[in-house]
Ligand binder design. Structure first.
Ligand SMILES: Cc1ncc(COP(=O)(O)O)c(C=O)c1O
Length: 393
C-alpha cells in the first residue's frame, strides 16, 4: 500500500498535499551540503571510492557511526557489534533471514510498519498481533496473547520510539517487561529505531538494547533515511558479535556491500558535525508542524469524534475517524487534493479501517491546515451530511 501510494502519487497532475509518505520534507534535505561533501570526499579518495568495499561497511563511516552511537552509551561500541546496511530495510531483512523460518511465531505491534510486516511474511513467519496504546506496544497483553497461542515468539518486532504509524513511544516499564518476557521465552527482540534522533520534546528513553545488557538478545536497526535522506540508502545494525558475524555473511550474498560513495559521503557529513547542525534545524521545525497538524485536526475534524496521537518526535500522527472507511476515503481525498495512508495498510489482518496515518514532517503548517480542510471535504463527500457527528472526546 505504501509503495503503491508512492507511484500513484507520482502520477497525479493536480495539486495534492502529501501527508502520506514517511520521508523528510524536500526543504529539510541538506542537498547543497551533501553535494559539497560528496564532491570533496570523492575527489580526495579518487578511484578507490568506486571499488567494492568491506561488507561490514567503510571504515570511515564505521568510525563516525560508532562516535555517534557512543554518545548514548556508557562503554564504547565494540567493533564486532555492528555493521553498515543498505538502509533500515536491509537490517530488518537480515534479522528475519537469521531468525525467521516458515511457521515461526513473530510478535508484532498492531498497527505496525507495513514493510516490516512484508519482510516477516516473506520469510513465512506467523504473525501474532499485539495492540498499541499511548505508551506503545501493550506488553502486558503480549504475555496473554502468547499464552493463548501456546507457542512463544521466535522474534518480537517493535518500533519502540515514535512508532510508525502511531507515533507512540514504548515506556521504560514496558521496555523492561519486554526484556523479561523475551529472556523467559528465549525470543530475539528486533528493535527498529529509525526515528530516535528526531525527538523534539519529552525525555529520552534508553534503547531496549542498552537496557537488556545481555539479558535478552536484541538486534537494533538504525538508518540515516529519516535524519539525512532516504535516497542515500545507508543504515546500520547493532547486535551481539555472533549475530553481526552471521549478518555480514548473509549480506555478502545479498549485495556484497552498501553503496561505497554514499557511505563515504555520510561519513564525511558526520565527521564535519553537519548532522548535529541539521538536527538542530529540523527538530523544532517538525515540532511546530506537529502542533500545526493537531490544530488543524481540532479545527476541521474536532466535531466528528476524531482522535489522534501526540508524539514527542518522529514523523507521524495516527488519526481515528469513527464511522469513516479510510480505504474508501483514500481515492475521494486524492481527488480533493490530499493524500494519506489508510489504517488497514498497517495491519496484517486489515484492521484499522477507521484510522489513517498522517505525516506532519514533510509539509509546512499552512499546507497542513489546507490538507486537513480538504480531508474534511472528502469525508463529507464520502459520507454525506447524514453521518452522525459526535463531539470530540
Ligand atoms: C519503522 C521503519 N523501519 C524501517 C524503515 C525503513 O528505513 P529505510 O528507508 O532506511 O530502509 C522505515 C521507513 O519508513 C520505518 O518507518
Amino acid at each position: 500500500m505504501i509503495d503503491s501510494s508512492t507511484s500513484l502519487l507520482q502520477q497525479q497532475t493536480h495539486d495534492v498535499i502529501r501527508l502520506a509518505m514517511g520521508s523528510p520534507a524536500h526543504d529539510a534535505i541538506p542537498a547543497a551540503l551533501l553535494r559539497q561533501v560528496v564532491g570533496e570526499v570523492l575527489e580526495r579518495v579518487g578511484s578507490a571510492a568506486y571499488d567494492y568495499g568491506p561488507t561490514e561497511g567503510e571504515q570511515s563511516l564505521r568510525d563516525a557511526l560508532a562516535a555517534l552511537l557512543n554518545r548514548d552509551r556508557s562503554t564504547a561500541l565494540p567493533d564486532n557489534e555492528f555493521l553498515i546496511t543498505s538502509g533500515g530495510m536491509q537490517g530488518l531483512d537480515l534479522t528475519c533471514k537469521l531468525f525467521v523460518e516458515a511457521g515461526d511465531v513473530v510478535a508484532v505491534e498492531s498497527p505496525t510498519y507495513t514493510n516490516g510486516l512484508a519482510t516477516i511474511t516473506s520469510y513465512e513467519g506467523d504473525l501474532l498481533e499485539v495492540p498499541v496504546d499511548r505508551d506503545g506496544m501493550v506488553v502486558e497483553q503480549l504475555a496473554e496473547v502468547v499464552a493463548r497461542n501456546r507457542r512463544p515468539p521466535r522474534l518480537i518486532y517493535t518500533i519502540p520510539t515514535f512508532q510508525n504509524p502511531s507515533g507512540t513511544t514504548l515506556s521504560l516499564d514496558r521496555r523492561m517487561l519486554l526484556i523479561d518476557l523475551a529472556a523467559q521465552w528465549g525470543s530475539v527482540i528486533l528493535e527498529d529505531d529509525p526515528y530516535r534522533l528526531l525527538r523534539f520534546e519529552g525525555r529520552d528513553v534508553p534503547t531496549i538494547q542498552s537496557l537488556a545488557r545481555g539479558r535478552a538478545r536484541v538486534v537494533t536497526v538504525g538508518t540515516f533515511s529519516k535524519v539525512i535522506a532516504p535516497g542515500l540508502r545507508v543504515g546500520w545494525v547493532t547486535g551481539e558479535p555472533e549475530i553481526v558475524r552471521r549478518m555480514i555473511d548473509a549480506k555478502q550474498g545479498v549485495d556484497t556491500c552498501t553503496n561505497v560513495p554514499l557511505q563515504l559521503a555520510v561519513a564525511e557529513y558526520l565527521c564535519e558535525g553537519l548532522l548535529d547542525d541539521h538536527l538542530q534545524i529540523v527538530r523544532p521545525c517538525y515540532r511546530s508542524r506537529k502542533y500545526g497538524l493537531q490544530e488543524a485536526l481540532s479545527a476541521h475534524l474536532g466535531d466528528m469524534g476524531a482522535t489522534w496521537t501526540d508524539p514527542d518526535g518522529g514523523f507521524f500522527l495516527w488519526v481515528s475517524l469513527p464511522g469513516v472507511d479510510t480505504l474508501e476515503l483514500f481515492e475521494v481525498a486524492l481527488r480533493a487534493g490530499v493524500a494519506f495512508i489508510p489504517g488497514s495498510a498497517f495491519s496484517a489482518s486489515a484492521g484499522f479501517r477507521d484510522a489513517l496515518r498522517l505525516c506532519f514532517a514533510s509539509t509546512g503548517v499552512d499546507r497542513l491546515h489546507e490538507g486537513v480542510r480538504r480531508l474534511r471535504r472528502a469525508i463529507a463527500d464520502l459520507c454525506g451530511d447524514t453521518r452522525p457527528h459526535s463531539p470530540k472526546s
